[in-house]
Design a protein around this ligand. Structure first.
Ligand SMILES: Cc1ncc(COP(=O)(O)O)c(C=O)c1O
Length: 392
């Protein structure tokens, strides 16, 4: 019988991409929209990275590569993991993917199935629950609180575990909350994962976008026992402003990486050949660009944070990493606006500012505001929000 699968009916398209598309369509019609909705850097990809890809194209490096990535790039990823994270992996324990997103999706298909539960702290990145559902498993959402810095505590994790719990998805630094875990906090979580024999999916795509001297730590570094149950996910997208290149990677136990490669070889095959050569330049080339972007993000975080906090009734956790603010707009919800979705629609239609409702991240009452924009646009966006809210 014709019809869509029950699998696809359980999920909906990515809301952030949908809102960004709506803001773009308004812009195309001549409306001056400030988009605080997109999850990507506004910097261009560094020149030496582009040159690497152009060279590859000119050399005719335009054919299939091994599905798990070219050997030189896998070597460069192993060097990066050793140099920056203190983690030792062999190339057989690494896979190059079409963005961090495909790494996570491959993991979901390789590890999860019907009957499994996967713990996801909220607010979460929108695609985690969708990926778990597409794999046939059940996302178990564990709420975290603004007053506790949106951190998952070992106690909360322990209380959510059942005989069916297979894994925890941990994102540090986190999109959208900006929380980032310290060594002590990671140790508490790892202890529970060890006790209950869980997989840990550690999404570290924002590792380099950290503020006030915070040092990112991968949970896999805590001990060989923790490393053995962790799959580290990362990407070049945010670190090197390469979102459109679609290059990510994962590192973990050999059998998991091999299973991910089987899935990848039967679905997308390799990530784009010349994009892999650009990625090689990014990882092996000068790293000054990463530092410069981080410093600029910090200035923009500080600016938007001050501007948003000055709007009456709003509280906001000061992000330790990633490039989003996740302010609490609860004071404006209830009377004039039924929920954060209505507030978000109002801000887009009336103030021409695109934001993403917190409920899309499993945390109603909040809005996510991205700050990779020029200081001028951030000022304008915040002022428009303030002005529109003063009228309600
Ligand atoms: C937390 C998190 N993980 C993974 C990804 C996926 O990144 P990529 O563009 O490399 O697929 C994103 C992108 O927004 C993200 O925010």
């Amino acid at each position: 019988m014709r019809g869509l699968s029950s699998r696809v009916k359980k999920v909906k398209p990515s809301p952030t991409l949908a809102i960004t598309a709506r803001a773009r369509a308004m812009k195309a019609k001549g409306v001056d929209v400030i988009s605080l909705a997109a999850g990507e850097p506004d910097f261009d990809t560094p020149e030496h990275v582009k040159e690497g890809a152009i060279r590859a194209l000119k050399e005719g490096f335009t054919k299939y590569t091994p599905s798990s990535g070219i050997p030189e790039l896998k070597e460069a990823i192993c060097e990066k993991l050793e140099r920056e994270n203190g983690l030792s992996y062999t190339p057989q324990e690494v896979i190059v993917t079409c963005g961090g997103k495909q790494a996570l999706y491959n993991i979901a298909l390789a590890l999860f199935e019907e009957g499994d539960e996967v713990i996801i702290p909220a607010p979460y990145w929108v695609s985690y629950p969708a990926m778990v559902l597409l794999a046939g498993a059940e996302p178990v959402i564990l709420e975290t609180e603004e007053s506790e810095g949106f951190r998952l505590t070992p106690e909360a994790l322990r209380s959510a575990i059942t005989a069916r719990t297979k894994a925890l998805i941990l994102n540090t630094p986190s999109n959208p909350s900006g929380t980032a875990y310290t060594k002590d906090e990671l140790e508490g979580i790892a202890e529970v994962a060890l006790e209950h024999d869980l997989w840990i999916i550690s999404d570290e795509v924002y590792e380099h976008i950290v503020f006030d001297g915070f040092k990112h730590l991968s949970i896999a570094t805590l001990s060989p026992e923790v490393k053995e149950r962790t799959i580290v996910v990362n990407a070049l997208s945010k670190t090197y402003s390469m979102t459109g290149w679609r290059i990510g990677f994962a590192a973990g136990p050999r059998e998991v990486i091999a299973a991910m490669d089987t899935i990848q070889s039967q679905s997308t095959s390799n990530p784009t050949s010349f994009a892999q050569r650009g990625a090689l330049e990014a990882l092996r080339g000068p790293q000054q660009c990463v530092k410069e972007m981080r410093e600029e993000y910090q200035r923009r975080r500080d600016l938007l944070y001050e501007l948003i906090l000055s709007i009456p009734g709003i509280s906001c956790f000061k992000p330790k990493g990633a490039f989003y603010l996740f302010p609490n707009f609860g004071a404006y919800i209830g009377d004039r606006f039924k929920d954060d979705g209505e507030l978000c629609a109002f801000l887009l239609e009336e103030a021409h500012v695109a934001t993403v409702p917190g409920s899309e991240f499993g945390k109603p009452g909040y809005l996510r505001l991205s700050f990779p924009l020029s200081p001028e646009s951030l000022r304008k966006g915040a002022e428009r929000i303030r002005e529109a809210l003063s009228r309600v």
